[in-house]
Design a protein around this ligand. Structure first.
Ligand code: B3K
Ligand code: ZN
Length: 885
């Protein structure tokens, strides 16, 4: 908890450190009621920072200082200054050694930052500024040091002692204790430090690198989870090979370890050589984890592994540069997932997520640039903008420079900056230098917040055979009030003739057609491109593959969208045409609902989806994606004022209409796929994901009929599936059904069967928390009393509270404000327990501007109540105060 008003930190105030740390030697003595940390820092003045000996202010929070030495001389309190946040020393030599001993309390650390206990195991989370809760240090990413770490603990309780790097030595100590020393030869900032001590088992494997070095691979888990590591191990080996083949990046240490912990604030952490993971991002086997969970494990293992180069070998100069490592690494993991699975489906999922959630963030009170100018609490800036939009920015570079040019740029970046802490400008400079490109204007993507709008209009001249597309870009104002200048927007496009064939594309100033699909760079506020030799009025397929993170506006008619759904040669745009058509249909229904009219649905959507459903040529995963209507959250995001009840009613009506009209086709698809599932053992691969995905969405639609044969099929799938993907879908259907007896029975048997598996119980909580049936809040409140629930575990909070406030929009936004009050009460409790989780859970309340004035008033009142609830963490303070500003 802070003691004074949190301060805003600005990028423009960045200064290089006055001192550097060359070597860090740590000893941890772990006990049940405290831990002793001894740190020896071999330091010198930073030659880049002028003459003299400025004071040395080491960061440190919640530490009990036991002793401090400067060059082996004990200091007394007259020799240093000590505050809540710093220990300030006064060195007077070019080089010197600082020794400190501190006492800390991991056993009572509920914030899960620094050194803490998850169950019986000790573990760490240091990014961004957690290392200062472990020892006094220059806790900033531009101070890079080698580390040796000795861990001493009771042998019986903590047989496994781990830290970064390679193992050096280990042995017994007095009183049933033992020790192990690890050495990390690669210079790293303190945020990449890690330590683990516990009673862990491991799955072992090896990887032979491109230069034939053998690397030991280990995944450590609590003994009961030893049977759930194989998928993560396979994913790790695939990632290591992929990074060699795609980026020429080889692993550097002799060993790579992953440890799974149950209590973790986010997905995982890329600590050098010792990744620490939320168990939900490691453990996966058919019986307990869904296909989506398997794909998430693969993606997160890859993401953290890829950080070894994009983040660790080359790190960030300061935290404003966070997207340097995160945007780039998300881009890398999305390329990897696209290579491992269906490319188009991966793109569809990424874009749906970005457009729903990042666009909402970019339009809200916390909107910030990919490289923010200022922050109060850096933990609040691990955002969808820094990660997902940051990845889109890197993807645009890849599109503009081409795969080869991009690779030349990344090679130069890694070569030039290996072992350094650098900036987004350095990344762009490497891309420029390797390609002879000028990316000055492109860099606005890093500094300007907000989602650009790109309006497109057309003009066809039959006589001249010319077709003009005029692009007009604009960017809405954001809380920083900065002026928005035009972006560089790569627009990939094709022009289709009446048969759906792509026309050759020749611009007016070109001597011949270049291709039938190409990328135009829109760089002006308004810009026209004229295509020549166009013999009939074409239909444009714009922003293919979502080539830029913008809101595209083009006045397509419903019939044109149906045509694109069937004929577009770009798979992503075929899906997107279906989404746009669905939006048109749903918005019409929302209007009817608001005017109190009888709902009547445009049947063109039904017929278009019928042809998707009966097309044997289409990838089953594509069919499943196309059958999925835009989510309520997306419909909220694109509304001027979101009417939650109308959105829900309209969408449910459309689902019912689709279910009734397509019953036979859905049933045929369901039966065929379920038969294959029954006859096939579970395989975590693309084609199987696709089959189960379509099977599940088909059953969800069919269940809306409430026909006995469908109830029977649902119960059959629930009782007899060998995997969680099918079982959980059946459970969700029952939970949302009117069949109370079957529902209660299924929930009880599921909980009984999986009560000892916390990750499966998370699914059980989520399915119920997300159910839009009336009484949602009461259900969630009851579930909070369940023995498997605790506010101390972030996964549980996300599974129950997060699913309710984020996915159950009709219940959370209940007109009486009960959902808002409930969330605010919880945030006030979580603020003391775990500030990072508290501030994340707050997000739905920050979106108050989207709703009607009555709801706005209720939401703001709750934000004010939080603001006045006493001492706020900097995390919650920043979000609340910016939301109310
Ligand atoms: N780098 C970590 C995120 C740390 C978040 C700290 N609040 C995981 C990742 O992005 O890979
Ligand atoms: Zn990351």
């Amino acid at each position: 908890m802070r003691t004074e008003q949190p301060q805003m930190i600005h990028l423009k105030d960045y200064q290089a450190p006055d001192y550097l740390i060359d070597e860090t030697h740590l000893t941890f003595e772990l006990f049940e009621d405290h831990t002793l940390v001894h740190a020896q820092l071999v330091m010198r003045r930073n030659p880049a920072r002028g003459e003299g000996f400025p004071a040395l202010a080491l960061d440190g929070q919640q530490l009990e200082l036991l002793s401090v030495k400067l060059d082996d001389v004990d200091l007394t309190s007259a020799d240093y200054e000590l505050t809540d946040s710093h220990l300030t020393l006064h060195p007077s030599a070019e080089q010197f050694v600082v020794d400190t001993s501190v006492k800390i309390h991991p056993e009572s650390n509920t914030a899960l930052e620094g050194l803490y206990k998850s169950g019986s195991m000790f573990c760490t989370q240091c990014e961004a500024e957690g290392f200062r809760k472990i020892t006094y240090y220059l806790d900033r990413p531009d101070v890079m040091s080698t580390f040796t770490t000795t861990v001493v603990a009771e042998q019986h309780r903590y047989p496994i002692l781990l830290s970064n790097g390679n193992p050096l030595a280990s042995g017994p100590d007095d009183d049933g204790r033992h020790w192990a020393t690890w050495e990390d030869p690669f210079k790293k900032p303190a945020y990449l430090f890690a330590l683990v001590a516990g009673d862990l088992w491991c799955v072992e494997d090896t990887f032979t690198t491109m230069t034939e070095r053998t690397v030991a691979l280990r995944i450590y888990v609590e003994p009961e989870n030893i049977d759930k590591c194989q998928h993560a191990m396979n994913s790790l080996k695939k990632s290591m090979r992929w990074d060699e083949e795609t980026y020429g990046r080889e692993y550097d240490l002799d060993i790579f370890m992953i440890v799974a912990v149950n209590d973790f604030n986010m997905g995982a952490m890329e600590n050098k050589g010792l990744n620490i993971f939320n168990s939900s991002a490691v453990l996966a086997r058919a019986e307990t984890a869904t296909d989506a969970a398997h794909q998430r494990v693969e993606a997160i293992v890859a993401h953290e592994y890829f950080h070894n180069w994009s983040g660790n070998r080359v790190t960030c100069r300061d935290w404003f540069q966070l997207s340097l490592k995160e945007g780039f690494t998300v881009f890398r993991d999305s390329q990897f997932s696209a290579d491992m699975n269906s490319r188009v489906v991966k793109r569809i999922q990424d874009v749906a997520f970005l457009r729903t959630h990042q666009f909402a963030e970019d339009a809200g009170p916390m909107a910030h640039a990919v490289r923010p100018e200022s922050f109060i609490e850096i933990s609040n800036f691990y955002t969808l903008t820094v990660y997902e939009k940051g990845s889109e920015v890197v993807r645009m570079l890849h599109t503009l420079l081409g795969a080869e040019g991009f690779r030349k740029g990344s090679d130069l970046y890694f070569e030039r900056h290996d072992g350094q802490a650098v900036t987004c400008d350095d990344f762009i400079k490497a891309m420029e230098d390797a390609n002879g490109a000028d990316l000055t204007q492109f860099k606005r993507w890093y500094s300007q917040a907000g989602t650009p709008r790109l309006a497109v209009s057309e003009h066809y001249d039959a006589e001249q055979k010319t077709y003009c597309l005029t692009f007009t870009q604009s960017c809405p104002q954001t809380p920083d009030k900065l002026e928005k200048l035009p972006f560089v927007i790569p627009v990939e496009l094709g022009l289709l003739n009446a048969q759906g064939a792509e026309l050759p594309l020749q611009l007016a100033d070109e001597s011949a057609a270049v291709d039938t699909c190409r990328v135009l760079s829109v760089t002006e506020a308004e810009q026209t491109f004229t295509f020549v030799g166009i013999t009939e009025k074409p239909l444009p397929s714009l922003l293919r593959g979502f080539s830029a993170p913008v809101k595209l506006q083009f006045a397509y008619s419903s019939d044109q969208l149906v045509f694109l759904m069937q004929h577009d040669t770009d798979g992503f745009n075929r899906w997107d045409a279906g989404q746009q058509l669905s939006v048109q249909v749903l918005q019409a229904l929302i209007g009817q609902y608001q005017r109190g009219e009888t709902l009547v649905m445009d049947l063109r959507l039904v017929e278009a989806l019928r042809s998707v459903l009966t097309n044997p040529e289409l990838d089953q995963a594509m069919v499943a994606e196309m059958l999925s209507l835009p989510s309520e959250a997306y419909l909220t995001e694109i509304s001027e004022v979101a009417d939650v009840d109308a959105i829900h009613a309209a969408r449910e009506f459309a689902r019912q209409q689709l279910a009734d009209s397509l019953y036979d086709e859905l049933l045929a698809r369901y039966k065929a796929n379920r038969d294959v599932s029954k006859a096939t053992p579970y395989v975590a691969e693309d084609e199987h994901f696709a089959r189960r995905g379509l099977q599940n969405i088909a059953l969800s639609y069919l269940s809306l009929s409430a026909k006995p044969e469908v109830v029977a099929a649902t119960l059959e799938q629930f009782d007899h599936s060998d995997n969680m993907t099918e079982r959980l879908n059946a459970l969700a259907i029952l939970v949302n059904s009117p069949f109370e007896a079957e529902k209660a029975q299924a929930l009880a048997s599921f909980a009984e069967h999986f009560k000892d598996n916390p990750l499966v119980m998370d699914q059980w909580f989520s399915v119920q928390a997300a159910s839009p049936l009336p009484g949602g809040l009461q259900r969630v409140q009851q579930l909070m009393e369940h023995p498997a629930f605790t506010l101390k575990n972030p996964n549980k909070v996300r599974a129950l509270i997060g699913a309710f406030a984020g996915q159950n929009l009709v219940n959370f936004h209940a007109a009486d404000g009960s959902g808002y009050r409930f969330l605010a009460d919880l945030v006030i409790v979580l603020n003391r327990l775990n500030p990072q989780i508290a501030s994340r859970q707050l997000a739905p309340l920050t979106r108050w501007r989207k709703y009607d004035s009555a709801r706005q008033a209720l939401m703001k009142a709750e934000l004010e109540r939080i603001r006045n609830s006493g001492e706020l963490s900097s995390d919650v303070f920043e979000v609340v105060s910016k939301s109310l500003a």
